[in-house]
Design a protein around this ligand. Structure first.
Ligand code: HEC
Ligand code: HEC
Ligand code: HEC
Ligand code: HEC
Ligand code: HEC
Ligand code: HEC
Length: 345
């Protein structure tokens, strides 16, 4: 055993010494490459970009919406070609005018209110927001009303888009001397108001204000005003859910199916007889305004009237122009009309 260990030691020593004495020659050729290793496992699949885009950009979706839209007043309403080139009208009566006005500019070339007026992906190639959702609506920002920019309507949904255009253009008269764009003036400061325009009133578009519970001249009276942002039609649903139920692009009066989630037995709009009540109050108010001489055949009569009569006419006009017959905010509208009638009496 010892001899074996000694021998082993000698051999080891010889291996260490011999190479040290031999002069190093040129390096040999590289050996052959080894065989390739096996492939790694596939990574997780990324989202299919094209399928995502095609979920909307397919003939069926686009053609359906296009057919609905073209027949609507956004697609072919007569005011678009008529007023789309007028500077004070283009922001609402023209698709390109609307886009320009959102950016603080002006475009008077006129166009329908078309797909790209309401939809965009932002500047290409940005198609998604930071949460990965498609950037889809032209705007969903809260809207400062043109009649009072301190009053901001924020429906916290895509319905803010609608508020931009469906808002009043002239404010209710205030009980102070008022000079307002050649429409309603009290130059003498005596509480008498002169209506100079045959178009006096809130324009045809005060829907968002009434939904909010604001916008009329609030005479004191027997019914309490509910305050703003009070009605469930404002807080639990919105323009898009009622008017575009199922995402239809008809832009007309709502389908009853948009009501039945909350009013399961609804077969028409006149729930609780409220539309009938509002219509009756409107007829009563119209008769009184005719007697005051400020209303004739559904139109305002220009002239000079006591403040209260002017404000009463404005309240009548805002409910007519809203066109929902009180549905947008039944509680506010009933209080407004009841208290106005009491004030005229
Ligand atoms: C939620 C539906 C939807 C999805 C998802 C979608 N788009 Fe769109 N896209 C629209 C609508 C609506 C328009 C505006 C209609 C028009 O002008 O044709 C539009 C417009 C466009 C335009 C015209 C440029 C513009 O901004 O007006 C391009 C290009 C476009 N989309 C590409 C894409 C691509 C690429 C994807 C996928 C990454 C995509 N879209 C995903 C609905 C969608
Ligand atoms: C007046 C504004 C307006 C116009 C014009 C308009 N849209 Fe829309 N569109 C909307 C709103 C609002 C929604 C609903 C968004 C939501 O779900 O809240 C919508 C939804 C959609 C959707 C998504 C539907 C879904 O199932 O989620 C598509 C796709 C679309 N629009 C395509 C179009 C096309 C194509 C056109 C032109 C033919 C068009 N839109 C014109 C306002 C508009
Ligand atoms: C760019 C401004 C603009 C936007 C945004 C807009 N509208 Fe309109 N809307 C109009 C104009 C202007 C008309 C009337 C056009 C005409 O008759 O010539 C109209 C008409 C309508 C009508 C038909 C009224 C009638 O008497 O037949 C409905 C309903 C309507 N809009 C609902 C909506 C809803 C809901 C939205 C939001 C999804 C919306 N609009 C967004 C400007 C707009
Ligand atoms: C703040 C947005 C806005 C501005 C600004 C605006 N309009 Fe309108 N206008 C509307 C909306 C929204 C409607 C549609 C209301 C509806 O049909 O329910 C409308 C409806 C009308 C109608 C009635 C259409 C009908 O068939 O009954 C006329 C007329 C009209 N506007 C003229 C004008 C003129 C003229 C100007 C410029 C001096 C103007 N508008 C400025 C939003 C606006
Ligand atoms: C609770 C559901 C509901 C909500 C929310 C709602 N609407 Fe309406 N709206 C109606 C009903 C119902 C009518 C029609 C009443 C009738 O014709 O008797 C109507 C009528 C209208 C009309 C007149 C349509 C026509 O052809 O006569 C316009 C314009 C309109 N709404 C716009 C809006 C806008 C803009 C918003 C959001 C600011 C809105 N609506 C929110 C239910 C709703
Ligand atoms: C998100 C739920 C919701 C939807 C959707 C809705 N409503 Fe309402 N609505 C209510 C609630 C809640 C009340 C009761 C509010 C109150 O009296 O304080 C109400 C009250 C009413 C009233 C007054 C009834 C009365 O007895 O005073 C009418 C009219 C009305 N809704 C019509 C409609 C119509 C028409 C639609 C569809 C276009 C609709 N609503 C969609 C929740 C909803």
């Amino acid at each position: 055993m010892r001899d074996f260990i000694r021998l082993l030691f000698m051999v080891l020593l010889a291996f260490l010494i011999i190479p040290a004495c031999v002069k190093e020659g040129p390096p040999g050729l590289n050996g052959l490459d080894g065989a390739d290793g096996t492939d790694g496992a596939d990574g997780a699949d990324g989202a299919d970009g094209v399928a995502f885009c095609i979920s909307c950009h397919n003939n069926e979706t686009v053609e359906t919406f296009e057919a609905e839209w073209i027949a609507s007043n956004h697609g072919s309403g007569w005011t678009l070609s008529r007023f789309g080139g007028w500077d004070r009208c283009a922001p609402c009566h023209s698709g390109v005018g609307f886009i320009a006005s959102l950016a603080g500019g002006e475009d008077l070339s006129g166009s329908p209110i078309r797909c790209a007026s309401c939809h965009t992906h932002g500047e290409s190639p940005v198609f998604q927001d930071e949460d990965g959702n498609p950037v889809f609506m032209r705007t969903k920002e809260a809207v400062a009303l043109m009649v009072d920019p301190t009053r901001i309507i924020d429906l916290e949904s895509n319905a803010n888009l609608c508020v931009n255009c469906h808002q009043p253009r002239t404010a209710a008269p205030a009980d102070i001397d008022q000079f307002d764009d050649d429409v309603l003036i009290d130059p003498a400061g005596d509480g008498m108001y002169t209506i100079t325009s045959e178009h006096y009133g809130p324009h045809h578009s005060p829907q968002s204000a009434l939904l909010e519970g604001w916008g009329g001249y609030e005479f004191a009276g027997s019914l309490a005003y509910p305050g703003t942002k009070a009605h469930p039609h404002r807080t639990s649903t919105d323009c898009v859910e009622c008017h575009m139920d199922g995402k239809n692009h008809l832009f007309t009066v709502p389908a009853i199916s948009a009501c039945t989630s909350c009013h399961p037995n609804a077969t028409n709009y006149d729930l609780g007889g409220k539309v009938t009540t509002v219509q009756a109050l409107m007829e009563e108010l119209a008769t009184m305004l005719e007697e005051e001489g400020i209303l004739h055949d559904g139109h305002v009569v220009t002239g000079t009237y006591p403040f209260g009569v002017t404000a009463a006419y404005y309240n009548y006009a805002i409910v007519v122009e809203d066109q929902s017959k009180g549905v947008h905010n039944p509680v506010y509208v009933e209080a407004l009309l009841t208290n106005t009638i009491e004030a005229l009496q």
